[in-house]
Ligand binder design. Structure first.
Ligand code: ZN
Length: 504
């Protein structure tokens, strides 16, 4: 209210009082008095409401000072009006922002008006809300999709409840909420329930080895579903876009199979691309520059294996056990089971009783022995052992007598059959006659051999006479931990550590 208004009201009251006095003095009749007072009042009202400059400009919002908008709709910029008396001065309005109606939230917009040398402003609050519930689309069999106007695909958030009815059918209830808490439920009844994903079987070996520059041809997979049958043609394969057959490295190819009920399964194939077969220390560098220790034990299992497992367990360290067939029997099966269950790698060393003349007796005798041992482990434990170590290493001389030149072809034969072979780059010397019974010598040879920045494959043994190795183990692990080494078990993702063959 301005001074002008107060003056006007005083004049109005004074005039009304004057007229009342004149009435009392009987100069006027009542109707005339009322008519004059009403006229005065109307003039006053007109002044107040309509005359420019009288009450200042006003800013008003159609839809209210606090507007609520559904996300995705438009904010009407014409819903703000500025007037001064009867004249529209909306063109002079300036807004400091516009609400982002694609995102939920509360926005405050300041409207400013510069008018006749003064600045006026008024704030408007716009709440952008999502009140639209998601939509669940029921697809073929038990497949479904949940889409939300705001969150997009939220299929992964759907909760499915299954309830078997009296008639043996299943009532499926799907429930999902969007990020604003809007909930949708859908139900359907199905005769049978398919919760089993397709089973993927790789064509060819799970591990492939090729040379740099060689063309890699993927052999694909077979995928069989319990309900849909052969879904091989629907399998998606992905190598993460990184596969380069001209760069040495380890690549993973992932296969995904999905049945019509939306059950998914995956399988992977590992491809090693090598510069050459044999010694290649360029593969040993670790990505983070830290040293990694792969403790390996040959020729077990035996009762010493149990003692080694106890120490490894105490430190949470994983190792690799290269077993031989002649130490694989009913009494050592629990040890093999323990190796697998405690997360170590069960690897294969020899399937011909570690008898070099038999092991290396022909071009294929080593492979045949390993295959037999592999199949036995698979049958007994469901474990697909794919890591091997040649007796005496790939650099062995012992194959020379039965098969001259054998190691010129055997490494490639094993790789082509889906086995990765690992020699060692740190020798504990626990197989030598001088050091076999000397824990200090074993400890010294291992710790001197370890190098930072690379993978270290440590050769040790766990036949029952190797108690000195067991005695040195605790301190070897302590040394590794104290010096910042990581410990790991060899897997198909471990770069090859190989010797050059000599019997070629
Ligand atoms: Zn051996």
């Amino acid at each position: 209210m301005s001074v002008l208004h107060i003056i006007e009201i005083i004049i109005f009251i004074a005039a009304s009082f004057g007229i009342y006095k004149l009435f009392k003095a009987k100069k006027y009749q009542i109707p005339t008095c009322l008519a004059v007072i009403t006229l005065l009042f109307l003039i006053l009202l007109f002044q107040f409401v309509f005359l420019p400059g009288h009450s200042g400009p006003s800013i008003s919002f159609k839809g209210g000072d606090h507007l609520t908008l559904e996300v995705g709709t438009n904010y009407d910029v014409n819903s703000v009006i500025a007037t001064d008396g009867l004249s529209d001065i909306t063109d002079l309005l300036k807004a400091d922002s516009t609400p982002d109606t694609t995102k939920t939230g509360e926005y405050t917009i300041r409207y400013t008006l510069e008018y006749k040398g003064d600045v006026y402003y008024k704030d408007r609050v716009v709440s952008v809300v999502d009140t639209t519930a998601p939509v669940i689309e029921l697809k073929e069999k038990t497949a479904f999709l949940a889409m939300d106007n705001y969150d997009g695909d939220i299929t992964a958030n759907v909760q499915v409840e299954t309830e078997q009815q009296k008639d043996g059918k299943y009532l499926l209830t799907y429930t999902v909420s969007d990020s604003s808490g809007n909930k949708t439920t859908a139900t359907r009844t199905v005769e049978t329930l398919d919760t089993e994903a397709p089973v993927i079987e790789l064509n060819g070996n799970k591990i492939k080895v090729i040379m740099v520059g060689e063309t890699y041809k993927d052999e694909g997979v077979k995928a069989i579903d319990n309900m849909d049958g052969d879904v091989s043609s629907r399998v998606q394969s992905d190598c993460g876009g990184s596969f380069k057959s001209d760069v040495a490295g380890i690549y993973k190819i992932q296969y995904t199979a999905e049945d019509s009920s939306g059950n998914k399964s995956t399988a992977t194939r590992t491809v090693h691309v090598l510069n050459k077969i044999g010694y290649d220390s360029s593969l040993w560098k670790t990505p983070d520059g830290k040293g990694v220790v792969y403790l390996t034990f040959d020729d077990g299992p035996s009762e010493v294996t149990i003692k080694n497992l106890d120490i490894l367990k105490q430190y949470g360290v994983k190792a690799t056990f290269f077993i031989v067939n002649h130490n694989y029997n009913e009494s050592t099966k629990p040890i093999i089971k323990r190796i697998i269950e405690e997360g170590h790698t069960l690897a294969l060393h020899d399937g011909n009783n570690h008898d070099y003349d038999k092991t290396y007796g022909s071009k294929t005798s080593y492979l045949e022995g390993i295959n037999r041992l592999h199949d036995q482990v698979l049958a007994d434990f469901g474990y697909d052992a794919r890591i091997i170590r040649f007796p005496g290493g790939a650099s062995n001389q012992v194959s020379k007598k039965p098969s001259p030149g054998l190691m010129g072809t055997l490494p490639k034969l094993m790789l082509d059959n889906g086995y990765l072979y690992y020699d060692w780059n740190v020798d504990s010397t626990d197989a030598t006659t001088t050091n076999a019974k000397d824990p200090v010598a074993i400890y010294n040879n291992v710790t001197k051999g370890l190098k930072q920045g690379r993978i270290n494959v440590v050769l040790m043994h766990d036949i029952k006479s190797k108690t000195a190795t067991n005695e040195a183990l605790d301190d070897i692990i302590k040394y590794g931990i104290d010096n910042g080494y990581n410990f790991a078990a060899i897997t198909e993702d471990t770069p090859l550590v190989c010797h050059n063959a000599t019997n070629v």
